[in-house]
Design a protein around this ligand. Structure first.
Ligand SMILES: Nc1ncnc2c1ncn2[C@@H]1O[C@H](COP(=O)(O)OP(=O)(O)OP(=O)(O)O)[C@@H](O)[C@H]1O
Ligand SMILES: [Mg+2]
Length: 467
C-alpha cells in the first residue's frame, strides 16, 4: 500500500580541513581524502580558524609545527569555537609531552609523518564516528527517560490495531508523515513508535514544538546559528534540524507556524538543505520529517492561514489517531496500564478500580483524551489509600458527566430520578435476597404481586445467569 519514499536518504559528505604549511602535504592529503570527503585547506592556523568560522567542518588535520600560532595553540582556539569538531594532530616528531597536552586539550588522535594513505583515512573515519556519537549521546540521554516512560502504545480497539499496522508499514519508509488527532490522543507516542520501528532507530529522535519557543529564537532553534550571527551568539549552535541528522525530526503543533516560517520550512523540505542564521554555507540534510497537529489543517488551508504547498509536502502519509471516546473499549486497559505505572512511581499497591468507577470512566467523553485519563489515574493512585479506586474518588465531571445527566436531551427531574433509582435498587436487592421468588419479594416489600411484576418489566430486571 505504501510506496518506498522517493526522497531516498541523501548522502551528506563530511568536511575535512587540512592545516599545514607544507603545500605538498596539503595536496597529498587532498588526494587521499577527496574521494570520500569534502576537503578544505589552509597554510597556517590563522587562516585555518578563519575557514572554521565560515564553513561547517567535521574534522581538522592540524600540523603541530606551524608558522605563527602553533598547532597546540590553534587546537585550543578550535575547541573554543566549536567543541564538537574533532582534531587530529600531525607531527614529524612524536614527543610524549606534546601528546599528553594534545589529549588534554581534546585532540582526537595523533598522526606521525610520513603516514600511509590507509592510516589517514582510518583515523578520519573514526574521528567522524566519535563526532556523530558525541552529538547523539547528548540527545539520547535526555530522550532515554521519556522513551522508557512511553514505551508502549496501549490499545486493542480495531482502530488502534489498524494504527499499529500503519505505523509498522510507514516506519520502513522514509516518507514524510503527518499525524493528526485531538489533544492528548498520543500523537507524539505514534511519532516515536515510527522512529523506533524504522531503520533510523539508533539515530536521534528530535522533537521540536514551535509553539513553545519564543518567536525571536525560533529560527536559530530550528536552523542553528553561526558565532556572532546576532548579539549574544557567542558560540556556534546547531539547530534541531542538524541535531536530527540521519535520524527523525518531529515537528509538533505544526498548525501554529507563522507564515514566514512556513515558507522557510517549505524550502527546507524541497531542497533538503538548511542555512544557519548568519551563515553562508548550505548544509545538506538527511532527516526524516514527522509532523503533528491537533488543528484542522485542511480548513486552515481553505482559510489561507496554512500554505497549501506545505500541507501537501507534509501530508505524504496521513495518520489519524482516534479520540478516546471512539474506542471506549480501551479505557479499562489504559486504566490498568496507568495504575501500574503510578503504583511503581508512588510505591503504592492499588489493585484496580471498582466496577462502578470503571463504568463511569468508560462512559465519560474524554475531551482531553488519554492525557486526561492518565492525569486522573495519577491523582487517584497518589491519594487513595484503599486497594480499589471507588467512584467517589473520581472527579465530579466524570461521575456527573454530561452523558450521565443527558443535559439538553430531556428535561431534568433530579428528585424523581433519585426516587426511581432508590426504588429500583431496593426491589433488586430484595429480589436477590429471596432468590427471585416474586411472591416472597412482594410480601417483603408490601406490594401487590402484579405491581411488582409491572415494575420488574419497566426496569427490565432479570435474575443473574445461574448456569
Ligand atoms: N495509547 C496510549 N497508551 C499509553 N499511553 C498513552 C497513549 N496515548 C497517549 N498516552 C499518554 O498520554 C500522554 C499524551 O500523549 P501525547 O503527548 O503523545 O499526546 P499528543 O497527541 O501529542 O497531545 P497534544 O496534542 O496535547 O500534544 C502521554 O503521556 C502519553 O504517554
Ligand atoms: Mg503532543
Amino acid at each position: 500500500m505504501l510506496q518506498e519514499s522517493h526522497e531516498a536518504a541523501r548522502d551528506v559528505r563530511a568536511v575535512v580541513l587540512v592545516v599545514d604549511d607544507d603545500e605538498g602535504l596539503r595536496e597529498s592529503c587532498r588526494l587521499i581524502l577527496e574521494e570520500e570527503f569534502d576537503v578544505l585547506d589552509a597554510p597556517d592556523a590563522t587562516q585555518g580558524l578563519e575557514t572554521l568560522r565560515r564553513h561547517e567542518v567535521d574534522v581538522v588535520l592540524l600540523d603541530v609545527r606551524l608558522p605563527g600560532m602553533d598547532g597546540l595553540e590553534a587546537l585550543r582556539h578550535i575547541k573554543a569555537l566549536d567543541e564538537h569538531v574533532e582534531v587530529i594532530l600531525v607531527t614529524a616528531v612524536r614527543t610524549v609531552r606534546t601528546a599528553v597536552t594534545a589529549m588534554k586539550l581534546g585532540a582526537f588522535d595523533y598522526l606521525t609523518k610520513p603516514f600511509e594513505e590507509e592510516e589517514v583515512l582510518g583515523l578520519v573515519r573514526r574521528a567522524l564516528d566519535r563526532r556523530a556519537l558525541r552529538r547523539e549521546v547528548t540527545f539520547l540521554r535526555s530522550e532515554l527517560a521519556r522513551q522508557e516512560n512511553g514505551r508502549d502504545i496501549v490499545g486493542q480497539a480495531p482502530e488502534m490495531r489498524r494504527l499499529f499496522q500503519l505505523i509498522a508499514q510507514v516506519a520502513r519508509t522514509n516518507a514524510t508523515v503527518l499525524i493528526t488527532g485531538e489533544s492528548g490522543t498520543g500523537k507524539e507516542l505514534v511519532a516515536r513508535a515510527i522512529h523506533r520501528q524504522g531503520p533510523r532507530w539508533e539515530k536521534p529522535f528530535v522533537p521540536v514544538n514551535p509553539a513553545a519557543i519564543s518567536e525571536t529564537l525560533i529560527e536559530s532553534e530550528l536552523f542553528g546559528h553561526e558565532r556572532g550571527a546576532f548579539t549574544g551568539a557567542f558560540q556556534k549552535k546547531l539547530g534541531r534540524f542538524e541535531l536530527a541528522q540521519a535520524g527523525t525530526l518531529f515537528l509538533d503543533e505544526i498548525g501554529t507556524l507563522k507564515a514566514e516560517l512556513q515558507a522557510k520550512l517549505l524550502r527546507v523540505l524541497q531542497e533538503r538543505e538548511i542555512e544557519r542564521v548568519g551563515g553562508t554555507r548550505r548544509i545538506g540534510l538527511d532527516v526524516r520529517i514527522i509532523a503533528a497537529t491537533n488543528a484542522d489543517l485542511k480548513r486552515a488551508v481553505a482559510t489561507q492561514t496554512f500554505r497549501e504547498d506545505l500541507y501537501y509536502r507534509l501530508n505524504v502519509v496521513p495518520i489519524a489517531v482516534p479520540p478516546l471516546r471512539s474506542r471506549r473499549e480501551d479505557v479499562g486497559l489504559l486504566v490498568d496500564h496507568f495504575i501500574n505505572k503510578y503504583n511503581r512511581q508512588f510505591g503504592k499497591r492499588i489493585t484496580g478500580v471498582s466496577a462502578e468507577a470503571l463504568a463511569a470512566l468508560t462512559d465519560y467523553d474524554w475531551p482531553g483524551n488519554v492525557r486526561e485519563l492518565q492525569n486522573i489515574i495519577e491523582r487517584s493512585v497518589a491519594l487513595v489509600e484503599t486497594p480499589l479506586i471507588q467512584i467517589g474518588d473520581l472527579p465530579v465531571e466524570i461521575t456527573l458527566g454530561e452523558r450521565h445527566l443527558r443535559l439538553g436531551d430531556a428535561p431534568l427531574h433530579p428528585l424523581g430520578t433519585a426516587l426511581d433509582q432508590f426504588e429500583r435498587n431496593l426491589i433488586l436487592r430484595v429480589l436477590e435476597r429471596v432468590t427471585w421468588n416474586q411472591s416472597k419479594a412482594a410480601a417483603v416489600l408490601g406490594l401487590h404481586r402484579n405491581t411488582l411484576l409491572r415494575k420488574i418489566a419497566k426496569w427490565g430486571l432479570s435474575p443473574p445467569n445461574t448456569d
